[in-house]
Design a protein around this ligand. Structure first.
Ligand code: NAP
Length: 230
């Protein structure tokens, strides 16, 4: 049985990862910023016969990450899914930039996933699969930049760059680090007009994750397996 840790597990893509991995028999460590408000996740956990446990995690807090690692007490993790993220608000054009929002977005989307990855390295090292997935976006592609959404794009581009560095640094440890773009998905962030339902995106991502090997480490892929230009 695999053990999977998912961040941002209370809604959207994260909740769907929890649902599918648990349905498949995995043990799921589901992290949410405020478990007391994570009604759908708590209800799912209650029906899971102990497969899903819910853990508080605020991505921007070193103390919260330390609390999580203490709570996990060395539990081996096979797959880490760094999924939590924010869009960064409505002021993202060059002449209308919200610098505070930019700073918060970098803290959640870029620094948070790296903080969590480094804190959980001992757990990943003990896992069988040793896979660290970062949910990025096609909007993090510098090659495909269209001048919009400076905050979100730059935070995901920086995540991509740092995870690429992590992949290189962790190669000798056999830890596979991969960046996954989930597609445009109907969630609070993606909106109603998005082209994919969460179950379809997550099923495709899980298939990709299952097939990853050490030679894939450092790749930047879309949910359908297509390579995205950096
Ligand atoms: N939907 C899309 O079309 C799309 C496309 C490309 C990439 N993505 C990426 O996919 C990931 C999931 O997105 P989604 O569409 O599922 O978004 P969502 O529905 O807005 O959910 C975002 C999740 O991140 C959590 N989160 C935000 N800030 C956090 C923090 N500081 N600490 C801990 N958790 C935090 C949220 O928790 P709270 O409920 O507590 O706020 C929520 O669980 C994100 O990284 C996003 O950038 C999404």
């Amino acid at each position: 049985m695999s053990t999977v840790l998912v961040t941002g597990a209370n809604r959207g893509i994260g909740l769907e990862f929890v649902r599918q991995y648990a349905a498949d028999g995995a043990r799921v460590l589901a992290c949410a910023r405020v478990p007391g408000e994570a009604k759908d996740l708590v209800a799912l956990a209650a029906k899971s016969e102990g497969r899903i446990t819910v853990h508080p995690l605020e991505m921007t807090s070193t103390a919260s990450v330390a609390h999580l690692t203490q709570e996990l007490d060395g539990t081996p993790i096979d797959i880490l899914i760094n999924n939590a993220g924010v869009y960064g608000g409505d002021h993202q054009t060059l002449r209308d930039l919200d610098f505070e929002a930019w700073s918060r977005t970098l803290a959640v989307n870029t620094i948070g996933p790296l903080r969590l990855l480094t804190a959980l390295l001992p757990n990943l090292q003990k896992g069988k699969e040793k896979k660290a997935i970062a949910i990025t976006s096609g909007m993090g592609s510098t090659a495909r930049h269209d001048g919009s959404a400076l905050i979100y794009r730059s935070a995901k581009a920086a995540l991509n760059n740092a995870m690429r560095g992590a992949a290189l640094a962790l190669g000798p440890d056999g830890i596979i680090v991969v960046l996954l773009h989930p597609g445009w998905v109907k969630t609070d962030m993606g909106g109603r007009d998005a082209s994919l339902f969460p179950d379809v995106s997550v099923a495709a991502q899980r298939k990709l994750i299952a097939a990853l090997s050490v030679t894939d480490s450092g790749r930047y892929l879309a949910f359908d397996g297509q390579e995205i230009p950096w």
